[in-house]
Design a protein around this ligand. Structure first.
Ligand SMILES: *[C@@H]1O[C@H](CO)[C@@H](O)[C@H](O)[C@H]1NC(C)=O
Ligand SMILES: *[C@@H]1O[C@H](CO)[C@@H](O)[C@H](O)[C@H]1NC(C)=O
Length: 228
């Protein structure tokens, strides 16, 4: 009696706890173009069909090429949702052997013979294409133009609040390795050997900061509220 009651309870919990298929997720999507950030922010996505001019209409839910058993949100489904939300274009050719798109252009930045769009998930190159690679809540997805063989994939961190006319120290690291990056510029200042950069603001409000270095992919945006 006790056993059957507890197993009933357990099966009820399991039934309620099991997420519905392809429930979707909010991910942090960042698209670093050649000269500018094309998109950066949270986006809700679930696996769905994606249509591109050069590639046509194909599923994009991680079951591509039998990479996953169940459909779910992917890197490229997030790109597609962001492009619709913010009205920027992207294109990709479709490769039947991978059952996936190869992204060729985003927001007007089109690949060349030597510069391609790379996809990184949590600062690591994805081992498979963007419709095969499923993502989870809170994942960091990065599409980077000319994104292969760069010195660093920059990450900028620091306090969210700082006082006016007082120096605030930020840190530039390589997102993949966590090591300090020297020689990156943030708000006109340059990071030192420990990746530290000191910046001072004379006006109030929110400052949107990014770290850049010519041989590297620019960083995430750090928003600092400057208060009196
Ligand atoms: C989605 O794409 C698949 C091919 O990957 C196709 O068979 C299916 O018909 C498409 N579904 C819709 C609703 O367009
Ligand atoms: C989206 O962008 C296209 C091309 O730039 C433009 O023609 C269209 O009006 C835009 N739509 C919205 C809703 O902004």
């Amino acid at each position: 009696m006790l056993f059957s009651l507890s197993s009933l309870l357990l099966s009820t919990i399991v039934t309620f706890a099991a997420p519905p298929p392809n429930a979707g997720a909010v991910v942090n999507l960042r698209i670093e173009g050649e000269q500018r950030t094309i998109f950066e922010g949270p986006i809700f996505t679930r696996g769905h069909n994606v249509t591109t001019k050069s590639g046509g209409n194909h599923h994009c839910d991680g079951t591509n090429n039998n990479e996953n058993l169940k459909p779910g949100p992917t890197c490229t489904s997030a790109l597609d949702d962001a492009s619709k939300r913010k009205n920027f274009s992207f294109d990709g050719t479709y490769f039947p052997e991978f059952d996936d798109f190869f992204i060729t252009s985003i927001g007007g930045d089109t690949q060349t013979d030597t510069q391609f769009w790379a996809i990184l998930l949590n600062f690591q190159f994805t081992p498979v294409g963007g419709c095969q690679q499923q993502v989870k809540w809170g994942d960091d997805i990065l599409f980077a133009f000319d994104g292969f063989g760069r010195a660093h994939y920059l990450k900028l961190s620091g306090p969210k609040v700082a006082r006016r006319s007082r120096p605030v120290v930020l840190t530039v690291t390589d997102g993949e390795t966590g090591s300090a990056v020297q020689g990156a510029t943030v708000a006109g200042q340059t990071s030192d050997t420990e990746g530290k950069v000191s910046v001072t603001f004379s006006s109030l409000g929110v400052k949107n900061l990014k770290a850049e270095r010519s041989d590297s992919i620019r960083s995430n945006r750090l928003d600092i509220h400057i208060v009196a």
